[in-house]
Design a protein around this ligand. Structure first.
Ligand code: AVI
Length: 343
């Protein structure tokens, strides 16, 4: 893959950090040290995993409801339409493990549309947010009312640590389907995505099924509207990162003097989000021990959201230890669900 190769050759300081957006590294000390490190790089950056404090998570939920951000709805439609086939082709799994389960909506949709009444189903929810785990396990418990016998286990952990715990569980062990939805893979750069998928493969038994959702390359106008919506919700989501630094690390970012900007980087196949300084301004973040001047028009690069071609997804999965079972595409909204098995 040429883009992955090129990217790997860039010096580390020019790369957007490889982020596990829901990684468990959220201690105040880690946050301060990451802010210090990334804000003093050239170009300045901040890791996108820090978007998801309570306000940021609420703003992200709102983004998922925006008419211009189609990822969530497209994926839910595919899960609903093809749930039965997903269960069949995944080998009728009795254990489902979702990495970054969030609200639990997607898993609930898949189980409701795909699972017939027979036998209990173990659902393992992995998320770093304890409040998300409470909400999702409550939502998924409701499946018991619609005649699906589910047992729910929550893991407050990063993806990989949670997967290790979930697959170590002796009870209920049976055919397993691991889910990585929401196009979260898009927030890894290409080498990071490959390394992540290899890590997942290493934790799975041969034959285990893996379902991944990924947003596809589409027209620039459509992509930019998804990341720079007319209601300004994505701008608020982006700028909240500076507000979070002010709140938690005593920073003095003048939030109104930073503009949200979304850019489609065609060569790298990614939408980038930036916060652009509207004037030369001094910024101090005492807990991160930084004090710097940011120039007018200088930007802080806060997120990369890589977009895939359908074949690209299959190739990447094949290169990381999986074989393709089936891919379902929503051509209208440009989204793909790909089911693979560990080989
Ligand atoms: C969580 N992640 C897949 C979202 C994305 O599309 O990259 C985060 C997001 N950023 C802006 N809008 C949504």
């Amino acid at each position: 893959m040429s883009s992955g190769q090129d990217h790997r050759e860039l010096p580390m300081r020019q790369r957007q950090p490889v982020t596990d957006p829901h990684a468990a590294q959220t201690s105040p000390e880690q946050f301060a040290s990451d802010v210090q490190y990334y804000l003093t790089l050239n170009p300045r950056q901040l890791p996108s995993r820090y978007f998801y404090d309570a306000l940021g998570s609420a703003l992200f939920e709102a983004i998922c409801r925006l008419p211009w951000y189609r990822v969530t709805r497209a994926e839910l439609r595919l899960l609903e339409a093809h749930g039965r086939e997903i269960f069949e082709r995944a080998g009728r799994p009795t254990r489902l493990v979702e990495l970054g389960s969030g609200s639990g909506d997607k898993l609930a949709t898949l189980v409701e549309s795909g699972r017939s009444g027979a036998g209990p189903l173990d659902l393992h929810l992995i998320d770093v947010s304890p409040s998300a785990l409470v909400v999702s396990s409550r939502a998924l418990s409701a499946l018991n009312d619609v005649d699906v016998d589910v047992r729910i286990v929550t893991h407050e952990a990063s993806y990989e640590a949670g997967l290790l715990e979930a697959t170590r569980e002796a009870w209920g062990a049976g055919p397993t389907l691991v889910l990585f939805l929401g196009s979260n893979i898009g927030n890894f750069d290409r080498p990071g995505a490959e390394a992540f998928l290899r890590g997942i493969r290493a934790r799975l038994a041969r034959g285990a099924a893996f379902l991944i959702g990924a947003d596809l390359v589409k027209g620039e106008r459509e992509l930019l509207l998804a990341y720079d919506d007319p209601l300004g919700v994505t701008a608020a989501f982006n700028r909240n990162l500076l507000a979070r630094i002010n709140r938690e690390l005593g920073g003095d970012f003048d939030i109104e003097r930073f503009a949200h900007r979304a850019v489609w980087n065609r060569e790298e196949s990614r939408v980038e989000m930036h916060l652009v300084s509207l004037a030369p301004q001094r910024v101090r973040v005492p807990a991160a021990e930084i004090d710097f001047t940011i120039e007018e028009h200088e930007s802080i690069w806060t997120e990369s959201s890589y977009k895939y071609q359908p074949d690209d997804i299959v190739r990447t999965l094949q290169q990381t230890g999986f074989e393709c079972v089936r891919q379902w595409i929503d051509a209208g909204d440009g989204f793909a669900l790909t089911l693979v098995k560990a080989v």
